[in-house]
Design a protein around this ligand. Structure first.
Ligand code: NDP
Length: 328
């Protein structure tokens, strides 16, 4: 038997999440079975623990889009019992049962060996949010971003993506400007390495002038919507924005002028279907470029039983940093 957070749907279409004991025969098909040690909480998990958001296909469902643990059985030559592994994305926890359980069974193709120097708890302090922040920084670098070119903006800075992006950029020597709607998080954000606070309200209004002062050398954007549209008009000549999230909305009420007159680049960042080699490279960069003491400062510990409340919290924007779920 193993413990899992199970989401069930009643006849009225309402969902309920509770911790239950399940037999191993309930595990889905797959070629590797993992004893999960830690999972985490992302915005998508909030949707999958609660109303589903169109992501969950069938109920009962075990959410958890990320997990890290130890292989207990494998039919695939790439993995053997005892191997430490991490999983993010591939629609695990949405279309497939995920990491909010003491056991998970998945396809070998979806797993990445845990890099040297990172434990399973640290890997889940990173999680999809941090992994995606790393991908965003790598995409900006690939477009030529280097320290010394000017401040790099991070939107949704107190969230998971924003917190990790702030810590990585600061470690790499960038001047980081953090956009937050929660001024009470200033000490937290400066602790992660931000040197400048930008109130969310300053970027909340929709675009009135397509071009504003050239201010930012790069941007990791977790917010989207009107804020992303404003930021595009404030980028320096030839600078890039890595578009990661939609915490502020999916619409983009922008003009094409920043692309045409300033050569601004809008880079799309997807973590879910990311090819294996990119995943290995990003996890490797995380071990060198994310200071582990700053990672620890982001961690809010939790258990499976805390998840229904935390899931609602991440949907209303009240969660800070990275929740790490000890499933045991
Ligand atoms: P969090 O909820 O942890 O962080 C989002 C942050 O955005 C909040 O903490 C808040 O920061 C800010 N925010 C929330 N609501 C609003 C609003 N209405 N307007 C402006 N700012 C707002 O989520 P994550 O960091 O885990 O994820 C961020 C986004 O990235 C989500 O949309 C998520 O779906 C997406 N994502 C995409 C991935 C991909 O592969 N592309 C992978 C991972 C996440 P503050 O209080 O500091 O302002």
């Amino acid at each position: 038997m193993f413990k899992a957070l199970v989401v069930e749907k009643d006849e009225d279409g309402k969902t309920h999440a509770s911790v239950q004991e399940l037999g191993e025969d309930r595990l889905p098909e797959g070629d590797v079975t993992v004893d999960v040690e830690y999972s985490t909480l992302n915005y998508k998990d909030g949707l999958c623990i609660g109303p589903g958001g169109g992501l969950v296909r069938t109920y009962p469902h075990v959410p958890g889009i990320d997990f890290a643990g130890t292989v207990s059985a494998s039919d695939d030559p790439r993995f053997a019992p005892g191997d430490k592994v991490v999983l993010t994305g591939w629609r695990v926890g949405e279309a497939w049962w995920g990491g909010y359980a003491q056991k998970a069974r998945v396809k070998a193709d979806w797993l990445v060996p845990l890099p040297e120097g990172l434990g399973t708890r640290q890997a889940m302090a990173v999680g999809t949010a941090g992994f995606t922040a790393m991908l965003a920084v790598m995409a900006l670098e690939a477009q030529g971003l280097k320290p010394g070119q000017g401040p790099v903006l991070v939107t949704g800075a107190s969230g998971g993506v924003g917190s990790v992006a702030t810590a990585i950029l600061s470690r790499l020597g960038y001047e980081v400007a953090a956009v937050t709607g929660r001024p009470e998080n200033e000490a937290y954000l400066t602790g992660l390495g931000a040197t400048r606070m930008v109130p969310r309200a300053d970027l909340a209004e929709t675009v009135k002038r397509p071009l504003e002062a050239e201010t930012w050398a790069g941007c990791v954007d977790a917010v989207g919507g009107a804020m992303l549209a404003r930021v595009l008009g404030q980028m320096k000549y030839g600078a890039s924005v890595a578009a990661v999230g939609l915490a502020g909305g999916a619409q983009l009420p922008a003009t094409v002028v920043p692309f045409l007159l300033r050569g601004v680049n809008l880079l799309g960042i997807d973590s879910v279907m990311r090819p294996y080699d990119d995943r290995v490279a990003a996890w490797q960069r995380i071990t060198t470029d994310l200071p582990l003491d700053k990672l620890e400062a982001m961690v809010e510990p939790a258990t499976l039983a805390d998840l229904p409340e935390l899931g609602a919290g991440i949907l209303n924007g009240s969660v800070k940093g990275r929740v790490v779920v000890d499933v045991n």
